[in-house]
Design a protein around this ligand. Structure first.
Ligand code: GLA
Length: 389
């Protein structure tokens, strides 16, 4: 078990037992993409792939971080935390900095982390790392911050130490996930509602395009700016529009010329995607997976044609899913430009689906397809006992 390996690595590395062991999951998002930073709706869930942390305060002025996956150690003076050239360390240092910004003293600590959330696959390995450490420090320092505060701190860490102006979805999902439930978040009011999702009746299959989303951070920030430009123009005509969440399809269409072709397309996508999340939740509550799946396909088409964050490999995967038997719906997931598609597949068709999509993908792209069947798990949690032998 990974938790045990991480704990054992801690003992080897630091010659101590960790005081705390934490599991921080990655996430899937069923629908509601690029809506979070537009104050809209998302429908994510925490999954069984996770990053594990073994951690302990070390009573020194030095913090030691060890990446189990990279087998690499990073040390820093506990009080002088800066982003640097070691990218994996930045996600952790960014979290420490958020505690310090709140006036919380973070003494030296030892930490080993590692897990099985594939990197660059759109499953939010970075949010898992940030949220896991935020939760662990909160426990160790007894700061008693609530989970929403921790989610915001983890998001800020990503903004300030990783340079991605992400929304709140990934960090929220990692911290607020519940077993067997997807959760709809209203990214404006931060109200959320759980919906049961039975993965024994319908499997979630992730297809990893194998394309790392290297373009993602720069294009991601560009999309944010395009949306902001859209809001600024819409606001001049419709003062009630504070974000794209407030805009209607008709309002955007009416300003097509002033917005310009590209910004108009981006705005229409966001407006339509928010409506799709609402419709999808309705279908889910009614047990209508067919209709839910259609919303997913429409979401993908919007991400491909209007928001332009897909790529050929993701499109090949979704097109292949669309013609495969037993698939309710499929779409690209996360920031885009690579990573995974999410596919909802009838349980008794899963094997056949994986066989046929793998061979089609190999044939059309030359890339061997990696697939993961995933289940929905609880959000970040402390594991008992802390030391597993
Ligand atoms: C990334 C970001 C999220 C969200 C998605 C797109 O995963 O971290 O905040 O914006 O992209 O929906």
């Amino acid at each position: 078990m990974l938790a045990e390996s991480v704990s054992a690595a801690f003992q080897r590395q630091f010659h101590h037992t960790p005081t705390l062991l934490v599991r921080a999951p990655g996430r899937v998002n069923l629908i509601g993409e690029h809506t979070d930073y537009n104050a809209g709706f998302v429908l994510p869930a925490a999954i069984d792939k996770a990053i594990y942390f073994a951690i302990r305060l070390n009573n020194t002025a030095t913090t030691q971080l060890y990446s189990y996956d990279n087998q690499a150690l990073y040390t820093t003076p506990a009080t002088e935390v800066q982003p640097g050239a070691t990218l994996w360390a930045n996600y952790l240092l960014g979290v420490v900095a958020q505690f310090q910004k709140r006036g919380i003293q973070v003494p030296g600590f030892d930490c080993v982390f590692g897990g099985n959330v594939p990197i660059g696959a759109g499953l939010s390995s970075s949010a898992a790392v940030e949220c896991g450490l935020a939760f662990a420090l909160d426990q160790l320092l007894e700061t008693q911050l609530d989970r929403m505060t921790l989610a915001h701190m983890a998001q800020k860490a990503e903004h300030e130490f990783a340079g991605v102006q992400c929304g709140l979805m990934d960090q929220f999902a990692s911290l607020f996930g519940q077993a067997g439930q997807v959760v709809r978040l209203d990214c404006r009011s931060l109200a959320y509602e759980y919906f049961p999702f039975d993965t024994s009746a319908c499997h979630i299959v992730l297809c990893n395009s194998g394309v790392k989303h290297s373009l993602a951070s720069s294009e991601y920030n560009t999309r944010r700016q395009e949306c902001e430009r859209g809001v600024a123009i819409l606001q001049q005509h419709y003062p009630a529009v504070q974000s794209l969440r407030d805009a209607t399809w008709e309002q955007v269409q009416a300003l097509r010329e002033e917005l310009g072709e590209v910004v108009c397309r981006r705005c229409l996508y966001v407006v339509e995607e928010n409506l799709r999340v609402e419709a999808a939740c309705h279908h889910l509550a009614a047990g209508n997976l067919q209709a839910f799946g259609q919303e997913m396909y429409a979401s993908h088409a919007g991400l491909r044609d209007q928001y332009e964050v897909s790529c050929r490999e993701l499109d090949v995967l979704v097109a292949a899913a669309q013609t495969a038997p037993g698939v309710f719906g499929a779409r690209m997931m996360g920031g885009g430009f690579g990573g995974c598609t999410i596919n909802l597949v009838e349980v008794n068709q899963v094997e056949e689906f994986i066989r046929s999509i793998s061979s089609q993908y190999k044939q059309q792209t030359g890339i061997p397809l990696e697939t993961y069947q995933t289940t929905i798990m609880a959000g970040v949690e402390a594991l008992e006992p802390a030391v597993v032998h």
